[in-house]
Design a protein around this ligand. Structure first.
Ligand code: 2RA
Length: 399
């Protein structure tokens, strides 16, 4: 069990098992016409963020509280909320005593950051929380008890059986039947499960071997600072002591993310195992993970080998990935087209390339998967969950 604790009964349980309409169109990205250097070919123009056709002017949430708006993920969450226009009447911003009292600008207005207490949630109907685990443990049950639906980015509640663990493209029904608390998965899990879902639906995934190449932004703002300051120091021949990592990250690779747990696996690796099974609703999937921190500023990359019940050839896999909402295939070896963290930065999709058969197993498939860990791995997924709830509520009031 990775997380414990209990939740009060939700006052606002949402019950509906119909999946929400998908909001992003998947596509196979056209390869460039000529062979070009990686920095010359561009991703297609950034898709405008999906909005709320038909319900934008309707207030769905009276009061939404955002927790942790000043952190690495919180900042992006605010940016997304500004871009995507969630139908909300009132916004509140809550933070621990250290950040409380500061001002922040959101949607062109100045907001005062209030101190987070267990009494903060009266009248709040949705909480978007991006906080450390201990804050989530201490304060979020009070939000549920006050009648709010909580979307939690922390790791604390994810494996609690009373909590829904949701990727909107994969298991939207879990969000709609949640009893107050909805958790967003760990970033390394989210992009892998996005890739596994279409394969699992078509050919049942039996076993996964995954190695991650995780960006320093996954360790928060200090992780980014350690990469920048550590790289400068390394180039200047000076010492630098990392605060977010146990070893120097500049010009290095650290095969430890999180703390060591059972059988030599880290907490990050075990999250990939348990969260994947919970989201896909299949405890039989075997997963062998190795998580590595690398000196890339943003976007996690994963080398994934999947064994399915029946063989899935690369052409079929390409089609399955391309048809899945939120996945963009970038796969043209001759043109040098495959996902790169530098080009996926700031994007909301999960990118897949290097799709090829596993030479060591007749039912095996290998591919490379990159995604912005702060966006689809965290903020985007949380905002998409809020949008899913908004569409559902708007549908209910229209009906
Ligand atoms: C990391 N997955 O990259 C973690 C953040 N949740 O460190």
């Amino acid at each position: 069990m990775l997380a414990g604790g209990s939740l009060p009964a939700a006052k606002n349980g949402l019950v509906n098992n119909s999946p929400a309409p998908h909001e992003q169109r998947a596509r196979i990205q056209s390869p460039p016409r000529v062979r070009v250097r990686p920095d010359r070919y561009s991703l297609s123009a950034r898709a405008k963020a999906p909005s709320f056709p038909g319900i934008r002017k309707t207030t769905v949430f009276d009061t939404v509280a955002v927790l942790g708006a000043t952190g690495a993920v919180g900042r992006i969450m605010l940016q997304l909320l500004e871009e995507r226009e969630l139908p909300v009447q009132n916004w509140r911003f809550l933070a621990s005593a250290r950040s409380a009292g500061k001002q922040l600008t959101f949607m062109g207005r100045e907001f005062h950051i209030e101190e987070l207490t267990t009494g903060s949630f009266a009248g709040v109907d949705l909480v978007l929380a991006s906080t450390p685990d201990d804050v989530a443990r201490e304060f979020l049950p009070a939000a549920v008890a006050a009648g709010a639906t909580v979307i939690d980015e922390s790791g604390y509640w994810r494996m609690n059986p009373e909590v829904a663990l949701v990727i909107p493209e994969v298991n939207p029904e879990a969000a709609l039947s949640a009893r107050g608390m909805i958790a967003s998965p760990n970033c390394s899990t989210t992009q892998m499960v996005m890739a596994l879902k279409p394969l699992h639906d078509a050919a049942r995934v039996r076993r996964v071997v995954v190695s991650t190449y995780q960006a320093t932004s996954g360790a928060g703002l200090q992780g980014t600072e350690d990469l920048k300051a550590g790289s400068r120091a390394w180039l200047d021949g000076k010492d630098y002591r990392c605060e977010a990592f146990a070893h120097p990250i500049a010009f290095n690779a650290i095969p430890q993310i999180g703390s060591f747990r059972d059988e030599g696996y880290t907490s990050e690796e075990l999250k990939m195992v348990y969260e994947t099974r919970k989201i896909l609703g299949d405890e039989s999937i075997l997963i062998s993970p190795t998580c590595v921190r690398i000196p890339v500023a943003n976007c996690h990359s994963e080398c994934i080998t999947v064994e399915t019940e029946r063989p899935v050839c690369p052409a079929e896999a390409r089609e399955l990935f391309a048809a899945f909402p939120g996945i963009t295939v970038q796969d043209d070896a001759e043109a040098g087209l495959y996902p790169l963290p530098s080009l996926c930065d700031g994007r909301d999709e999960v990118f897949i390339g290097r799709i090829r058969r596993d030479l060591s197993h007749p039912n095996g498939l290998n591919f490379w998967c990159v995604s912005d860990n702060l966006r689809k791995g965290a903020a985007t997924n949380a905002v998409q969950i809020a949008e899913l709830l908004a569409r559902h509520r708007a549908g209910q009031s229209a009906g």
